[in-house]
Design a protein around this ligand. Sequence first.
Ligand code: COA
Length: 374
Amino acid sequence: MALIAKGLDGIVVDNTSVSQVTSETSSLIYRGYRAQDLADQCTFLEVAYLLWHGELPTRSQLADFSKSESAHRSIDPALIEALRHIPLQAHPMDIVRTGVSWLGMEETDTLHMDMPRTELAALKLLAKIPTIIAVGYRVKKNLPIIPPKPDLPFSENFFNMTFGKIPAPEVLKAFEVSMVLYAEHSFNASTFTTRVVTSTLADIYSAVTAGICSLKGPLHGGANEEVMHMLIEIGEPSKAQAWVDDALAQKKKIMGFGHRVYKKQDSRAPTMDRYGRALAKTLAQPKWHDIATIVEKTMIEKKNIYPNLDFPTGPAYYLMGFDIDFFTPLFVMSRIAGWSAHIIEQMKANRLIRPLSEYTGPEERPVKPLDQRG
Ligand code: COA
């Protein structure tokens, strides 16, 4: 019998120069830079540039890149019209998936997208996904749509399109930090999905649509939404310890904890936690972080399991004013940077991804004609 690595646990499937996850030190570097250092010192657009070009931009390279990004923010009126007709119960991840799929239909001959067209499509996706998310948000709330403003920086423009105003600098910084920390994470499930689709020579829009589907699940990106649902269900710091004890006694998974690769602390989590707590202090809303402190302490004491990035991101996005079901779309808005870098890397050294399986069904047997099957 072949050795089976369920969940591809421990299997190295290819090389990558985009990022490195190191299990022993629980660290993450993008093109050589620690993710938490980038979060402290760089904007999301600088990091997207780094992921795509391998180096941080100079001031003039960044100016050109920002100009190209802002030039592509608008979405076609036909797509806005299509989004106006979404079923109102639709999960925002399904709205983004549909929007990205639509963008693919705007291209000609997607079966033959060469490298320059793919790179341009990556830029369009980076610029237009925030617009799709904001339109989805406003349609769901029956609010007038606010078009993108090319003169605003990336995050300011997104907040303006979504809420009609630009928040305080602390909110913007915490949001940018989340964008930088979510941007890339080697061969996680959704990135691997985009590489599998790309390996068949399907186009970037198909790969990203599939990546969004993969990210939606609560064992992956959807965990940030589950974290906030949990904090709300717990309700008060005084109830947190008993809630976690009870959940663990019932063998429930506590969302926002644990990781396939990291054995200790996810190196991104303390950075996001720091900015989230600063935000809570500015807004004088300490409750969610007080509950989170007890949940985290209990998980480490009882299970030796540490928070992953989704744990601090959940309450931070909540405090910024986002509805819970929009948390994972925000993850998409950032991870498009990493997905695109991997899609391009896969295209440059492609081989069809096609693993094997160990068959456990019936032995080979003859087909009985229908009238002999009883
Ligand atoms: N809460 C409680 N127990 C957990 C746990 C969690 N969040 N994560 C892992 N464990 C426990 C499992 O119950 C299991 O215990 P057992 O060996 O006694 O059965 C053990 O740790 C291994 O867990 P397993 O689910 O097999 O690990 P995995 O590598 O397959 O899964 C995750 C990794 C991320 C899917 C898993 O930790 C999880 O489901 N976390 C919650 C969802 C989440 O936050 N996802 C975002 C990831 S960035």
